[in-house]
Design a protein around this ligand. Structure first.
Ligand code: SF4
Ligand code: SF4
Length: 87
């Protein structure tokens, strides 16, 4: 079975969506998604593709990157976003 990305559920990425075109209508105006509640996505099963880390891997990165390397990159990105949010 394919290993899934281990999201820490910090909610940081969902509070930093202002530059994501696909999520324009989700933005409360401060970069936070209107569907984030207590760090949980209220529409998790129906969330858009751009929010689906593993689906994006299969669609765009699978041919050129190993899954574990992709997950490592995503984790690094999560840390960067978290630091941005904490500033
Ligand atoms: S920033 Fe990373 S760890 Fe935090 S909720 Fe988003 S995907 Fe999960
Ligand atoms: S739809 Fe869900 S996963 Fe996507 S940014 Fe909003 S709260 Fe986060």
């Amino acid at each position: 079975m394919t290993q899934k990305f281990s999201c820490k559920k910090c909610g940081s990425c969902c509070r930093t969506i202002s530059d994501i075109e696909e999520l324009e209508e989700y933005d409360l105006g401060d970069g936070s998604c209107k569907y984030l509640k207590n760090n949980i996505c209220l529409i998790y099963n129906e969330r858009p593709e751009v929010c689906r880390v593993d689906k994006i891997y299969l669609k765009y990165f699978k041919e050129n990157m190993k899954l574990k390397d992709y997950h490592k990159k995503i984790s690094q990105l999560c840390s960067r976003i978290k630091n941005m949010n904490n500033k």
